[in-house]
Ligand binder design. Structure first.
Ligand code: SF4
Ligand code: SF4
Length: 298
């Protein structure tokens, strides 16, 4: 499965870009999924949209955490919404940015590492459509690096998606021309594979300013299925301790623990995985025999 993320501002057409790409994949015989996350939902606000394509039915839902490729439709988002744009982006992740290629070095000097590709989609749209509507061009640069998508399918997808807005034929054809031009200009880049466990851990920590101090930080879950890699036990201020002599092996603590941090041994006595126990004390509250006590962490 290939996962693509588009970043744009409200009104730029990021959602339509993800729809065009999804439909291109569908018309090329792939399973496809696309949707958007609007946030503030007002014109100009940062938003993200997503496309998943695969040869098998796609059961995955939710945010694309680690895109195989991303398209940034407004270069100001690199600095104004970095927590969105660079979420799950690694040094090898292709990041297409709608900007003048001559500005690449100056623009990316202080930004996180990524495989930056600057391509002026706005110039293409202005020249061929007469506006800054870059959905078709944005979808096209992503489609270029997905071998299963045919140019004919891309062009047909642009036609269908733009027609849904009731726009006249000449505007549809201009958008198709913009898609073809962006497709021709875009380099073919290797779509990033799923990240390794080491890479996930590498980006596991994100400084969260707290009470004015940058020393406080919180572990973030960056990728589905990676929770076991995080030692979330460092959130804990209190720890549960079990007195096995009082335990009746009712399993309630095991069933109620929201972190699956309560395990059972061979004799069905509970034990705590302190690397992942976050100290919520639900087990303490639920234990019917008071076998669990709470202790402040040192
Ligand atoms: S304190 Fe919370 S997280 Fe820790 S073992 Fe008990 S229920 Fe689970
Ligand atoms: S809830 Fe209490 S009695 Fe029941 S298994 Fe857990 S520790 Fe034992």
């Amino acid at each position: 499965m290939i996962e693509i993320r588009f970043h744009g501002r409200g009104g730029q057409g990021a959602k339509i870009a993800s729809r065009i790409l999804g439909r291109s994949g569908f018309l090329s015989g792939l399973y496809a999924q696309d949707f958007a996350l609007f946030g503030a939902e007002r014109r100009g606000a940062p938003l993200a949209s997503f496309t998943r394509l695969g040869r098998e039915p796609i059961g995955e839902r939710g945010y694309v955490e680690t895109p195989g490729l991303a398209v940034v439709m407004d270069d100001s988002l690199l600095k104004e919404a970095p927590e969105q744009v660079f979420h799950g982006v690694f040094a090898h992740t292709p990041l297409f940015v709608n900007a003048d290629p001559d500005q690449l070095a100056a623009h990316t000097k202080h930004l996180p590492p990524a495989n930056y590709i600057f391509i002026d989609l706005s110039a293409i749209a202005r020249q061929l459509i007469g506006s800054a509507f870059i959905s078709a061009a944005a979808a096209a640069v992503a489609a270029r690096s997905i071998p299963a998508i045919e140019l004919q399918a891309l062009s047909e997808a642009v036609k269908i998606e733009i027609a849904e807005f009731g726009l006249p034929v000449d505007i549809i054809e201009k958008n198709q021309a913009a898609a073809r031009k962006a497709y021709a200009q875009a380099p073919i880049v290797p779509v990033s594979p799923a990240p390794t466990a080491a890479e996930i851990l590498e980006t596991a920590w994100q400084a969260v300013p707290y009470l004015g101090s940058a020393q406080f930080a919180g572990p973030t879950i960056r990728h589905r299925g990676s929770a076991a890699l995080r030692e979330t036990g460092n959130w804990r201020t209190e720890r549960p301790e079990i007195e096995l002599g009082k335990c009746k092996r009712c399993f309630l603590c095991y069933l109620y623990c929201p972190e699956a941090a309560m395990g059972l041994d061979a004799e069905n006595f509970p034990h705590v995985d302190y690397d992942h126990c976050k100290g919520c004390m639900i087990c303490f509250e639920e234990c019917p025999t008071d076998a669990i006590s709470r202790r402040l962490e040192a």
